[in-house]
Design a binder for this molecule. Structure first.
Ligand code: MTE
Ligand code: MO
Length: 545
């Protein structure tokens, strides 16, 4: 199939040129973003903007469909859309360069809008997109002419005097090198235009890749991993909850009582992790207070630090889902800080803002009621991992993360719930979000090869800051059987449970339900995560044979 149009133009090559222009734009954009700070990178900015505008149902779909890969899926999606449009722009530019330029202008506007509307945007955030656009313009200007029709074949017999007569049909005689032969006249030979197109394309791809790589290296320059590793953690002054023996039932497949940092779930709206230099970090507490407080990281480490096991849970966790984890946190009492600031009457909400603009609205009353609401600096014995909020984050037992666990927190505005909506509350989720009493069945999974006889059914249950009192299991619609409970250090963590089942052969459905220490038993009523957390009995279908 010929790629040439009627007029000898080649839309196929145009598409290639468009893709190369986009690739170069990305590489150059990444490079400049590396110089100016990663948040201005056009793809990242567009991605983050997209996250902010994602309706809750779609966010939920993304989390449940792609799980921890939702960010990768988003970036891939943006890249695919970008590639399709880039190819179309290239094809359009072959028809007329102005069309291609107009297409690039649309891209530039999208990129610039995204970059400037990020909460951490500065004038420098414009630079990656501007440079990327300039690169794309240059690539189109260089490559598109090479997709055009080749020079006509050199005039054949010289039937006129080239010195005194004009050429036939006023044509300019091309240089009569043997290479200037129209396509198809000599099969197997690459016409020179094609050859220069290929060469220019290869060079362009090289620039794109080099720019991208250099951008990554530059971005790592500003990484705070070294600073994170260098933090020397003070000893806790309150070791409220030493871990009692027997918190782990040691059942294969059952979530361990303490979730290692590396496998701890991560949920946030950022695509590039905020790199917060601890020597520059500050937390400002202001608003409805008697006295504003500004705290440095050094100040924070000098405060009495509390160590506690607290189970964090995401409101997006579906019944039986993975967005829950338990860690040993170390942090300063948020209540003590607020007492020093002096909270004014009526200030029922703490609007907590992260460096990346995310906000959570935490009830003042909960933070002040004596539970270990922490301004945390460490997780499982190490300084906070960057992905989990280095250098400081909030952890509040009993509340879903989106209203209580701001990572990279730098600002606490003491305010009211009335008229002030935090990030997810603006998107339709509840302002009040206590964690629901729930449980999960970890083993057996529906995939296990089970024989009749003794089968251990086990999982975790949680009712943060209430405490788990009981877990029951049933087979089909049979009677509820009380499970054995593991030890726990307090009421703020999840609790392992197990039940030995004498299983007959056949297909069975297992269900479980938890009861907390207030006497409340988790509801069988199915609810989706939005607007304030999923509910229903977890269940697993197991074939026994
Ligand atoms: N800055 C910031 N903090 C954030 C979020 C976020 O998107 N940005 N997400 C919150 C949500 S929804 C949850 S469930 C917890 C998850 O904390 P983790 O990623 O450390 O597990 O962080 C909370 N803190
Ligand atoms: Mo969450």
């Amino acid at each position: 199939m010929s790629m040439s149009g009627r007029d000898g133009r080649r839309p196929g090559l145009g598409a290639v040129a468009g893709l190369l222009a986009a690739g170069t734009a990305l590489g150059v954009g990444q490079f400049v973003a590396g110089l100016t700070g990663a948040s201005g990178s056009p793809v990242v900015a567009v991605g983050e903007l997209q996250i902010d505008f994602t309706p809750p149902w779609l966010k939920n779909f993304a989390i449940s469909t792609f799980g921890a890969n939702d960010k990768l899926a988003l970036i891939s999606g943006i890249l695919v859309v970008l590639a399709v449009f880039a190819a179309l722009i290239g094809v359009a530019a072959v028809r007329r360069m102005a069309y291609g330029m107009a297409g690039l202008a649309v891209f530039a506007v999208v990129g610039l809008t995204a970059a400037t509307t990020r909460p951490d945007a500065t004038v420098a955030s414009l630079l990656p997109t501007l440079a990327a656009t300039a690169a794309a313009v240059a690539v189109l200007l260089a490559l598109i002419p090479l997709t055009g029709p080749p020079p006509r074949p050199a005039p054949r017999p010289v039937s006129y005097d080239p010195v005194t007569e004009p050429g036939p049909a006023g044509e300019l005689p091309g240089p009569a090198t043997g290479e200037d032969i129209a396509p198809g006249t000599e099969p197997g030979r690459i016409e020179p235009r094609r050859r220069s197109f290929l060469a220019a394309s290869a060079a362009t791809a090289g620039v794109a890749a080099a720019g991208g790589l250099a951008g990554r290296v530059l971005a790592e320059r500003t990484s705070v991993t070294k600073a994170q590793q260098a933090v020397r953690l003070p000893r806790p002054s309150v070791t409220t909850q030493a871990l009692p023996p027997g918190t782990d039932l040691d059942i294969p497949g059952l979530a361990p009582f303490v979730t290692p940092n590396a496998s701890f779930y991560r949920v946030d709206t950022t695509l590039v992790l905020p790199q917060v230099d601890p020597t520059k970090w500050q937390l400002r507490i202001h608003g409805m207070v008697e006295k504003e407080i500004t705290l440095t990281f050094e100040d924070l480490l000098k405060r009495p630090l509390i160590e506690d096991y607290i189970t964090l849970c995401c409101v997006s966790d579906p019944v039986g889902g993975p967005y829950i984890g338990n860690a040993k946190w170390l942090g300063a009492s948020l209540r003590d800080l607020l007492r020093e600031a002096g909270v004014r009457a009526g200030a029922d909400q703490l609007m907590c803002t992260s460096v990346d603009g995310f906000t959570s609205g935490t009830p003042t009353e909960i933070v002040m009621d004596g539970r270990d609401a922490l301004l945390a600096v460490a997780m499982n014995g190490t300084a906070l991992p960057v992905a989990h909020g280095f250098p400081a984050r909030m952890v509040t037992p009993g509340l879903y993360g989106y209203v209580s666990a701001t990572k990279w927190v730098t600002d606490i505005n003491v305010t009211t719930f009335a008229g002030n909506y935090a990030y997810w509350a603006q998107r339709g989720w509840s302002q009040q979000a206590p964690i629901k009493t729930e449980c999960r069945i970890d083993v057996p999974t529906g995939l296990a090869d089970l024989k009749p006889g003794k089968i251990t059914v086990a999982g975790v249950a949680w009712a943060q800051h209430k405490g788990v009192e009981a877990v029951e299991v049933r087979v089909g619609n049979g009677a509820w059987h009380e499970a054995r409970l593991a030890a726990v250090p307090g009421i703020d963590t999840w609790r392992q449970w197990s039940w030995d089942w004498n299983a007959p052969s056949g297909g069975h459905v297992l269900q479980a339900r938890a009861t907390d220490k207030t006497g409340y038993t988790q509801t069988a009523t199915l609810a989706p995560p939005e607007p304030n957390g999923a509910s229903g009995y977890p269940q697993v279908s197991v074939p026994v044979r």
